[in-house]
Design a protein around this ligand. Structure first.
Ligand code: MG
Length: 249
């Protein structure tokens, strides 16, 4: 069995701009910070929970209280809902997503799932706005682990692998031949390299240089041609080390 696991923002959805804007606004409001323009690639975390901790630590010089993170989440989701309602074009599906998920759901040799750095609450708002229904797909979202530490993207992907094994493979992970993660961020590239699993970059804006520089070998711009998507998933390998890639071009 092969596993294809999808990120949400920037991958299934064209939602990154509104998502980033609302999250940064929530940080400003709740933490009372005058934040500069943030480039998430500069952060060690790539999840809503992780960024909520890291931004407070870096700019306020302290760890946030659990209640503050809950407030960030609530303020963020409210902002997101209002923004998307006012400008629905800022949260739409990447072309071909619906048909692609339908086809992959029914292939005998592929099982699919979702592993997102978004909180489940905000992901639900965005997916609903773009009319993308995950249904019963195994999915893991940004969360705090039992010890309070934000789950890393690697752990979120692993949790979805585990969910797929439990739900579809009778708990027998040994039948998994290949795992591929599809994502749009350099952090997705890095997470798959750390996990040693296949990576397919998704850049609906065609700005793929950063993914290539991090070692991505396969990049899609949409899901419109399902056969091409499947061929790309079949070919997907772990990213090459960034230095190796740069040396070879
Ligand atoms: Mg993303």
């Amino acid at each position: 069995m092969n596993l294809a696991i999808f990120d949400i923002d920037g991958t299934l959805l064209k939602s990154t701009g509104v998502d980033d804007q609302c999250l940064t606004s929530a940080f400003r409001k709740v933490y009372g910070l005058d934040l500069p323009e943030l480039d998430w690639a500069d952060f060690s975390h790539s999840t809503d929970q992780g960024l909520s901790v890291e931004v407070c630590e870096r700019w306020a010089g302290r760890s946030p209280l659990e209640a503050e993170i809950e407030t960030v989440k609530r303020v963020f989701v409210d902002l997101l809902r209002a923004q998307i309602e006012a400008q629905p074009e800022r949260c739409t599906s990447v072309p071909g997503v619906h048909a692609m998920l339908d086809v992959l759901r029914n292939l005998p040799n592929w099982a699919i799932g979702v592993a997102s750095g978004a909180w489940a609450e905000s992901a639900a708002v965005k997916l609903a706005a773009a009319s993308v229904a995950l249904g019963e797909l195994p999915a893991t979202f940004s969360h705090a682990r039992r010890d309070g530490r934000p789950a890393l993207r690697e752990e979120i992907i692993e949790a979805t692998i585990h969910r797929i094994a439990e739900g579809r493979l009778d708990g027998d992970a040994s039948v998994i031949r290949k795992v591929v993660y599809v994502g749009d961020g350099v952090w997705d590239d890095r997470a798959t390299r750390n996990l040693g699993i296949g990576f397919v970059g998704m850049r609906h804006d065609r700005q793929e240089d950063r993914l290539r520089a991090e070692g991505a070998r396969e990049i899609l711009h949409d899901f419109a041609d399902v056969n091409r998507v499947i061929e790309t998933l079949e070919r997907a390998m772990p990213p090459v080390a960034a230095s190796t890639y740069q040396a070879s071009v």
